[in-house]
Design a protein around this ligand. Structure first.
Ligand SMILES: [Cu+2]
Length: 143
């Protein structure tokens, strides 16, 4: 009788050991730390400070890495609407004092942007320099 109990508990213990080893092959549950981790993405805020030319944005050009999120803070007194020249992002109307929705930079290659309300407001993301502002007369026409 006593031997039976002992044998039964041995079987239970063996079963528990097998269960603990089962389902393996998944590797370590925690991510490795160190240089294999992707770089952290950053938030880049561009300040809109006027309504004319390529000095309307600070900084210009904007520096951002792929994966970074860029937003525009309207520190000017009038409405602005920033779009990327390649059509990949339209940040919508940005009221004075407001911050635009963000867009994620897809690649570190250069892309220009402008304000649809004030066409001389031109800027660049990752360009070598700010783009040259187009000539716009006081009536809003190209000159
Ligand atoms: Cu504008």
């Amino acid at each position: 009788m006593r031997a039976h109990v002992w044998a039964a508990s041995l079987l239970v213990a063996a079963g528990a050991l097998l269960a603990a080893c089962g389902g393996g092959g998944g590797g370590s549950p925690t991510a490795p730390s160190g240089s294999n981790n992707p770089p952290a993405s950053n938030s880049v805020t561009v300040s809109v400070v006027s309504s004319t030319g390529n000095t309307a944005y600070q900084p210009n050009p904007v520096r951002a890495a792929a994966g970074d999120t860029i937003t525009f803070r309207n520190n000017d007194a009038v409405l602005h609407r920033i779009v990327l020249d390649d059509g990949s992002a339209d940040l919508g109307d940005i009221a004075p004092g407001a911050v635009s929705r963000g867009f994620t930079v897809r690649a570190a290659t250069a892309v220009n942007f402008h304000c649809t309300i004030h066409p001389s407001m031109v800027g660049s993301i990752n360009g070598n320099e700010a783009p040259e502002a187009p000539c716009i007369d006081s009536y809003g026409y190209a000159c």
